[in-house]
Write a protein that binds this ligand. Structure first.
Ligand code: AMP
Length: 454
């Protein structure tokens, strides 16, 4: 299928071709036709799949015919973070460059006066974070009576960030007769409930099973004593060919300290977190995108949805506490079909074992363990990278039939499982930690069949 087949106008096709896109991504091929037919859409897609264009392209096609009145935007895109909203706005600028459409970006940390001025001129596409939108609405600077298309992007993240009550308030302000598009990377029951309330007979489109990490990302788990995490990270970075990477921390307060430490080690590093002023955040991101910074030490919120082309690595300095965040984090690399690598550092002896298990449960496979540096427990026969690649290779080559049989045997006779399988689980989880957790082991060892979406 080509973009021409989707029925987009020549102005949009020209802009798309200048972006270098030759064909629609699967989510675009599935979502654009129903959106053009003014249907509500429930889209299940991760960032990196081209989902932003899947709603922006048909939206601007539909809006191209009309004109906006002062302070009465014609469409509204709600995004959970400022960075994501800014990215949606960038997409709009690229794809709409040959159309006479205006946009406004309403995010916290920017001047309210400037934002009001833009709204006064009349905007076709309003891109906002929920808090700032409500703020301007309450000041009477904006009317939502003319909204014809409402998009809720990254709905699962909205839920995590506690924005659902704000979203519900905003819904009450937009006309009931409108087109609604809701996109989410995962579909927890709260989001399903929201979708049932908001969407009318939606077309459901999905491009990857919920919570399946990009196939192009090589994932590794490294166990390390807590007090050696920095050294372990340093060792991994040294052994890897890191072009540019996000290093995720769970707590904002750890970010600056780690950034300083890595800077002293001679790396080109910058921190990125929600406590930094907005201008500084944009500037940091621009420097990272321009290749002037190699390691961006960041929090989940700051890095959510950020799209940096060709990023080689993601390092989880902390195991994310929510398994969904793992998917989002590692999805920063391996984008648009390129290869990427994600390392997760897990501290021995604490809660990380729980978080690792819940990730393994969500992605339905064990995280391959690499033993190296501070986490090394046994001598390696060959380079960990090579070993992991070979392991993956062997797994891919295994005939599916054989794998399925092994799993059903395992299910049928859990107690008589041959020693091999126990070795495997000991390999992916340190023995003493497993005991702490009791029976709630959610992984499958290394013996996972292809039908689990490896
Ligand atoms: P998203 O999922 O919206 O974050 O998009 C991920 C990346 O895919 C962005 O860098 C887009 O510019 C890029 N992209 C979107 N659509 C296409 C396409 N049809 N072909 C190639 N790249 C695309």
């Amino acid at each position: 299928m080509s973009f021409e087949d989707l029925g987009l106008s020549p102005e949009i096709l020209k802009a798309i071709s200048e972006c270098g896109y030759t064909e629609p991504t699967p989510i675009q091929a599935k979502a654009i036709p129903p959106i053009l037919m003014t249907r509500d859409v429930l889209g299940l897609a991760q960032t990196g799949t081209g989902k932003t264009a899947s709603f922006i392209l048909p939206m601007i096609e539909v809006l191209a015919g009309g004109q906006a009145k002062a302070r009465m935007p014609r469409s509204l895109v709600l995004a959970p973070t400022r960075e994501l909203a800014a990215q949606v706005a960038d997409n709009f600028d690229q794809y709409g460059k040959y159309l006479k459409l205006n946009k406004a970006l309403l995010v916290g940390g920017e001047s309210v006066m400037e934002q009001k001025k833009v709204l006064d001129k009349g905007v076709d596409v309003l891109i906002a974070t929920p808090g700032r939108l409500l703020d301007l609405f309450e000041r009477g600077s904006i009317l939502l009576n003319d909204i014809k298309i409402l998009v809720i992007d990254e709905a699962d993240r909205m839920l995590d960030m506690g924005f659902i009550p704000d979203i519900e308030k905003i819904i009450a302000m937009v006309p009931p007769l409108r087109q609604t598009l809701l996109f989410s990377a995962t579909m927890p029951k709260e989001i399903k409930g929201l979708a049932d309330k908001l969407l009318s007979n939606p077309k459901e489109v999905s491009v990857a099973p919920p919570a399946s990490p990009a196939e192009t990302v090589r994932q590794s788990l490294v166990w390390t004593p807590k007090n050696r995490k920095r050294d372990t990270l340093n060792e991994i970075i040294k052994q890897e060919d890191v072009k540019n990477a996000f290093v995720f921390c769970n707590r904002k307060r750890d970010i600056d300290g780690l950034a300083e430490w890595l800077t002293k080690k001679g790396y080109s590093v910058a921190p990125l977190h929600g406590d930094m002023p907005q201008t500084k955040r944009y500037e940091t991101l621009e420097r990272f995108k321009a290749g002037k910074v190699t390691l961006l030490i960041c929090s989940d919120v700051a890095a959510r949805g950020l799209d940096v082309a060709g990023m080689s690595h993601v390092f989880n300095y902390d195991v994310p506490m929510h398994a969904d965040d793992y998917i989002h984090r590692i999805g920063r690399t391996g984008r648009a079909g390129m290869k990427g690598t994600a390392f997760t550092l897990a501290a021995t002896g604490g809660d990380d074992i729980k978080f690792v298990k819940s990730i393994e449960y969500l992605i339905k496979k064990p995280l391959p363990v690499e033993k190296l540096g501070a986490g090394k427990q046994a001598p390696q026969k060959q380079a960990p990278q090579k070993q992991a690649a070979q392991k993956q290779d062997t797994q891919q080559k295994k005939p599916p039939q054989k794998q399925e049989r092994r799993v059903s045997e395992k299910k049928a006779q859990p107690e008589t499982q041959p020693k091999k399988s126990r070795d495997v689980s000991q390999k992916s989880v340190p023995k003493n930690q497993d005991k702490v957790q009791g029976d709630d082991v959610a992984g499958f060892g290394d013996e996972v069949p292809d039908f689990f979406g490896r």
